[in-house]
Design a protein around this ligand. Structure first.
Ligand SMILES: [Zn+2]
Length: 447
């Protein structure tokens, strides 16, 4: 089936013309060879470095002895990695004193992060246009019909859009409404009780639903429990947290629906979109370079997991060069869909989501929660590792467990985690999210 054509903007504005140009160009570049994409990246990287070397006090020092005319992609590894803490504390030094006039008005993106220490990234209208163009590309890749109803259950810091009403809009919102005649959009704050979320979905009866993985998991369980039918729904989408394949399986079991994920962050914008034909992701390589590094800062082989380090090619206001975003991931060899955009097989979340074992090893835990859910009616859960000897399972439940159920849950967890220490269960009315709204199933409190 041919991909849908790139739409021209319905709403004429300079910003929308820029987005349209970007989309047209991306429509073509997704089919370039890997070598051509790399040449394109290198050209952009040299331009960015030349600008940063001239206008950013930090990069003036870093780049002073580097000959950019001879600079290759492989030379990136000679440049220092930029940590989140550096970005937070050295923003004035990193920021360019000016950026190209064609990049439009200055903008700012703020992320509070999961650790609660806010980071501000200076950006431009050009960066926002890239963000919009990639969100339209996601729409084209997954062949969504904009005339249908789109529901979004997402976290907002203010108590807006709470159940039972939520919010209703005539369209899906920008950039979609600027390019398509869209159907109505519905919003519900994911802080609403999951039982109310399920009832709201029945009432709004959307074709598309987007939510955070942790919220979608609870919602799918509620839908299963009440045998709720959502006959119109054709696609589930997730955003904002690491997704495990368990959730894809649950979506298939409960609703028989595919799940489409994307990978983004506030500092950089969209990083990777799910391939239209597969579960893995394609890096948005026209706009960023991704490296995956091992503990010695050497590039990992495809299939080997490491730290994700990003260079944003579009931000000339605050250059993010080799920015350590704090996630772990794994690259893979090519894709049969015909796109040469590099393949990201998995995003594994953050180092603090890793389980530490007494023998000194660390790994991403398999929680076995599908099995645990069959023991009790669990609304929400979180595991916290307090020490090498103790993990706490925090539960939000309708009714407390009896001793037999508690023991069964401990047994399942010990088996899946292969953790030899104690597993304590505690009960809560609700489990708070981080300041950024992210929710983590497993949090290690060890250093
Ligand atoms: Zn593909």
């Amino acid at each position: 089936m041919p991909l849908p054509a790139v739409p021209a903007p319905l709403k004429k504005s300079h910003a929308n013309r820029v987005i349209h140009q970007l989309l047209l160009q991306m429509e073509s570049s997704q089919w370039w060879s890997a070598a051509r994409i790399q040449r394109y990246q290198l050209k952009q990287l040299r331009q960015l470095l030349a600008w940063a070397g001239q206008y950013s006090p930090h990069y003036r020092n870093v780049l002073q002895d580097i000959d950019l005319a001879q600079f290759e992609l492989s030379d990136l590894q000679r440049l220092p990695v930029l940590s989140r803490e550096q970005l937070r504390s050295q923003r004035q030094q990193l920021r360019c004193t000016q950026y190209p006039e064609t990049h439009g008005a200055a903008d700012e993106m703020m992320t509070s992060g999961s650790t609660g220490s806010p980071v501000v990234v200076d950006s431009t209208a050009q960066v926002a246009a890239i963000w919009s163009a990639i969100s339209l590309r996601d729409h084209l890749w997954h062949r969504r019909d904009a005339s249908l109803r789109n529901a979004s259950i997402r976290w907002r810091v203010e108590n807006i859009g709470m159940a039972p009403e939520g919010l209703e809009f005539p369209g899906w919102g920008a950039p979609f409404s600027d390019f398509y005649q869209t159907g109505p959009g519905y919003f519900l704050n994911s802080s609403s009780d999951v039982r109310d979320q399920a009832s709201w979905l029945q009432r709004t009866n959307p074709q598309y639903l987007i939510s955070h993985p942790s919220n979608l998991r609870a919602l799918l369980q509620e839908i299963r429990k009440r045998s709720i039918k959502l006959p119109a729904l054709i696609e589930l989408r997730t955003v904002g947290e690491a997704l495990d394949n368990d959730l894809r399986q649950l979506a298939d079991e409960v609703l028989g629906l595919p799940l489409v994920d994307c990978y983004s962050c506030q500092e950089v914008g969209y990083i990777a979109l799910q391939c239209p034909d597969h579960r893995h992701y394609h890096l948005q390589a026209e706009h960023l370079i991704m490296e995956v590094l091992d503990e010695n800062n050497q590039a990992c082989e495809p299939g080997q997991s490491g730290r994700i380090v990003l260079t944003s090619l579009g931000n000339y206001h605050l250059p993010l060069i080799r920015y350590d975003i704090g996630d772990y991931g794994e690259l893979a060899e090519g894709c049969s869909c015909g796109r040469s955009l590099p393949v990201l097989r998995r995003i594994q979340g953050r180092v603090r989501n890793m389980l530490s074992l007494p023998d000194g090893s660390k790994r991403w835990p398999n929680l076995g929660f599908r099995e645990i859910m069959s023991i009790a009616d669990i609304r929400q859960f979180q595991l916290q590792q307090h020490s090498l000897q103790r993990i706490e399972l925090k539960l939000v439940l309708a009714t407390a467990l009896d001793a037999g159920q508690e023991q069964k849950i401990r047994d399942i967890l010990s088996r899946y985690l292969r953790f030899p220490g104690a597993i304590d269960i505690s009960y809560h009315d609700s489990l708070p999210r981080s300041a950024s709204g992210k929710f983590e199933d497993f949090v290690s409190l060890l250093d």
